[in-house]
Design a protein around this ligand. Structure first.
Ligand SMILES: [Ca+2]
Length: 342
């Protein structure tokens, strides 16, 4: 009898301990959710001057909102792949297909050299959030909004825990997809002065550059799979078609597109996928003049390169993610496809 009640007591204590642990785990999960601000130049479904625009930002919006360990505090839209008003429409359409509440802010219509750090809704809302807490900014377009933020609100700079961007190159590296190129470092090119402003402010920056994702391809099969993944998957499938056709024309039969921006998001959600190191930086005169496909050349504003090397002496160092860990590339591509659902 004694033995039986002792046994019951042990069972009861372990049951109570389990409940307590689950409670602690839940609390910790809530506390540990990473708050991010997403700054993006969506082109999904946008056609300007008869040309479809890159769709990868659209995937990141859905990936970020569906990630259970990340809380998107707001989405700023910036000029880049398309005019800012078209980027805004693209983002609104995506959000209308997915049942998540998130603030969406209109941002810079121009580079900071043109707009002269004129403020906008995205900058003001980011400043409000950063005045109260430390957060990471995932900036997957040109840095016009972020530069305006740090120029107008220098007091919030210490609260930028990390700025993750899609730009930069190893010294002297020209961008080629197979034999097509040299291609531009798009987000950098579209607002060079913004990048300089952010570097001058010594914002801690992590780069997911061209050379990281040039061998990553969301192919025709992946895109077909998206079509079966709910309303938002179908929307991305449909919105990707014109861009995939443009890629096919540019790169002679290539089926698919590069998920450049998803690599930057994945650095936040799956840092174990990446090989990264700290490097010095410089912004220098480009060593080539762009030639070739007019789509790849269009809107070229500044013939500069943003280069990173551990041999450069710069005022501080940036984190440069130069490759996927062995075996991580298929996992990365799979993680994108899996994250697209209602
Ligand atoms: Ca982008």
């Amino acid at each position: 009898m004694m033995k039986k009640s002792k046994h019951l007591l042990v069972m009861l204590s372990s049951f109570l301990l389990t409940i307590a642990l689950v409670g602690v785990y839940r609390t910790m999960s809530r506390v540990e959710k990473t708050g991010i601000i997403l700054d993006t130049d969506p082109g999904l479904g946008v056609v300007e001057e008869g040309q479809a625009r890159d769709v990868d930002d659209g995937l990141v919006i859905v990936e970020a909102l569906n990630n259970t360990s990340i809380e998107v505090l707001g989405i700023g839209v910036v000029q880049g792949n398309s005019r800012v008003e078209n980027g805004m429409k693209s983002a609104q359409q995506i959000l209308s297909k997915i049942d998540k509440e998130v603030p969406l802010w209109l941002g810079a219509a121009d580079s900071v050299s043109v707009s002269n750090f004129e403020t906008n809704q995205a900058v003001e809302e980011m400043a409000k959030i950063l005045a109260t807490r430390r957060v990471k900014i995932l900036a997957i377009g040109p840095l016009s909004n972020v530069a305006t933020l740090v120029q107008r609100y220098p007091k919030v700079i210490p609260n930028i825990e990390e700025l993750v961007v899609v730009m930069g190159r190893s010294p002297g590296l020209e961008f080629f997809i197979e034999d097509k190129g040299p291609l531009r470092d798009f987000n950098f090119d579209m607002d060079v002065e913004a990048v300089q402003t952010v570097l001058d402010a010594k914002v801690p920056m992590t780069l997911a550059p061209f050379e990281l994702s040039v061998n990553a391809l969301i192919d025709g099969e992946h895109v077909k799979q998206l079509q079966k993944q709910g309303v938002v998957g179908e929307h991305i499938y449909e919105g990707s078609q014109a861009w995939m056709q443009a890629m096919e024309r540019m790169f002679e039969g290539r089926q698919g597109f590069h998920p450049w921006d998803s690599a930057a998001f994945s650095y936040l959600s799956h840092p174990e996928f990446f090989k990264c190191e700290y490097r010095g930086f410089r912004i220098s005169k480009a060593r080539h003049s762009l030639q070739g496909n007019s789509l790849l050349e269009q809107n070229l504003k500044e013939p500069f390169w943003f280069e990173l090397s551990n041999e450069f002496n710069s005022p501080y160092q940036l984190k440069f993610c130069f490759a996927f860990e062995d075996g991580a590339l298929p996992l990365f591509l799979d993680s994108i496809v899996q994250a697209i659902h209602d």
